[in-house]
Design a protein around this ligand. Sequence first.
Ligand code: ADP
Ligand code: MG
Length: 273
Amino acid sequence: MSSSSQLPTRPVQSLEMGRYQWGQSPDAAPAPDVKDPEPLALASYGLVKNYSKGKLQVNVLQSVDFEIRQGEFQAIIGQSGSGKSTLLHLLATLDEADEGEIFFEGNRIDNLPASSRDMLRNRYLGMVFQFYHLLPELNMLENVLMPLMIRHGVFRYWSQKRANTKRAKYLLDLVGLSHRLNHKPRQLSGGEMQRAAIARALIANPRVLLADEPTGNLDRKTGADIMEILRCLNQEQKLTIVMVTHDHAIASQADHTVQLVEGRMESCTSNDV
Ligand code: ADP
Ligand code: MG
C-alpha cells in the first residue's frame, strides 16, 4: 500500500477563490464582518466524461464544476440518467474523467497513480452505494472491518484486531445494528444492510462520505431512518457528506442542493433544515 507522502501537497490558488470580494487585493485584510468560509473538502472543475455505446458517443458530464466545503452536507439532485452516479464515482476516484480536474483538500487527485488513488479512497473517502455492495459470505462485523483488512494487510490487521473490532462494534451500534453483528447480508432487511454499509464507510474515519442514492432502494420510513443517521453524522460529528438522489424530499434535508441536468450543473439552492 502506498504511503500518504505520495500525495502532492501543493496548495491550489483557485481553491482560495471566494475569500475576497471583487476588486479587493488579496493582500488587503478581509472585512471584519466577513466570516472566512470553511476550506474546500472536495472540488471538481471542468469535468467531462463520455461513454461509447457502439458507434454512439454519450456525453454524460459536460464541464461539471462542483465544490463542497468541510462540514457541509450537500445533495446532488437529477433525473435518472443525468450523470449523478458518474459524477460521484469520479469524485470518489473510482473512475477517470476524460477532461477536468478534481481536488481533495486543495490537492489535485485525479492525476495520481492508481495505487495512490486507492489509498486516498481507503483512508479519506467513505462510499455508500444504493445497493449496499456488502460481501454475502461475511457477517456484518466482518463486512464493516473489510476496509481495515484491505488497508492494513493481514499482519497489522491482526495485531490491532481488538481495537479494530471495538471500533466496528461502536459504529454498528451507532447505526442501530448492535444486535446483528453475526448476521449475513441475506438475513437482513434493506434498511439494515444500508445501515451496515454506512458503518463500513465510516470504519476508516473518512473526511468525506459519498452516498449514491442511499435511500433509493428503501421504503419511505426506512429511508427517513437512514437520512436521520446521515444528518446526525453531519451535525454531531461534522462529517462532510455528498449525497446523490433523484428525490426532492430527500435532497431538501441537506444544507445545499445542486442540480445536474443532462450532464451540466444548472442551479444551487440552500435548504432550510
Ligand atoms: P444517474 O446516476 O444520474 O442515473 P448515470 O451516471 O448512472 O446516471 O448514467 C448517466 C448516463 O451514462 C446514462 O445514459 C447511462 O446509460 C450512461 N452510462 C453510465 N455508465 C456507463 C457505462 N459504463 N458505459 C456506457 N454508458 C454508461
Ligand atoms: Mg445513479
